[in-house]
Write a protein that binds this ligand. Structure first.
Ligand SMILES: [Zn+2]
Length: 122
C-alpha cells in the first residue's frame, strides 16, 4: 500500500461498456488476412503479457496499432498477438486495459491519419 500506484484499470467506466463484437482476436493467419482484406477497422499487433507476466516487461515499441489497410501489416511476425477493433475508441480502451496506456503506440504511417479520425469519432 502507498507505493504511488495511481493508475488502476477499473470495471466502472463512464458510458457503455464496449461489446465484444467490436473486438476480435485474430488467432490464425487466415483471420488476419481476412481482416486486412476487409480493410475496415484497426489491427493491433504486439506482445501481450500473459497474466503471470509483469506488464512492465512489455515494450511499447513492439506494440503497434494500425489501420487494417496499412501496408506495414505485411511484415508482422506470426508469433505476435493480433487483435482487430471496430473503432479507435474500442481499440484505445481495450489496449489501455490490456497493456497500460504507455505500452503501445500508433504505427508512424497511420498516426497522421488517425488524429483526424479521433476528432471525427468523439
Ligand atoms: Zn500502420
Amino acid at each position: 500500500m502507498g507505493t504511488g500506484n495511481h493508475f488502476m484499470p477499473t470495471q466502472e467506466k463512464t458510458g457503455v461498456r464496449p461489446t465484444e463484437s467490436g473486438v476480435r482476436p485474430l488467432e490464425t493467419d487466415y483471420e488476419f488476412s481476412e481482416s486486412r482484406l476487409e480493410a475496415t477497422g484497426f489491427i493491433f499487433h504486439g506482445n501481450v503479457p500473459s497474466p503471470s507476466e509483469k506488464k512492465s516487461a512489455v515494450k511499447a515499441n513492439s506494440n503497434l496499432l494500425h489501420f487494417a489497410r496499412c501496408p506495414k501489416l505485411e511484415k508482422v511476425s506470426d508469433q505476435q498477438t493480433k487483435i482487430w477493433f471496430r473503432s479507435i475508441k474500442l481499440a484505445v480502451s481495450h489496449l489501455n486495459e490490456l497493456l497500460g496506456g504507455q505500452r503501445w503506440k500508433w504505427c508512424k504511417l497511420c498516426e497522421r491519419e488517425v488524429t483526424q479520425r479521433i476528432l471525427d469519432e468523439i
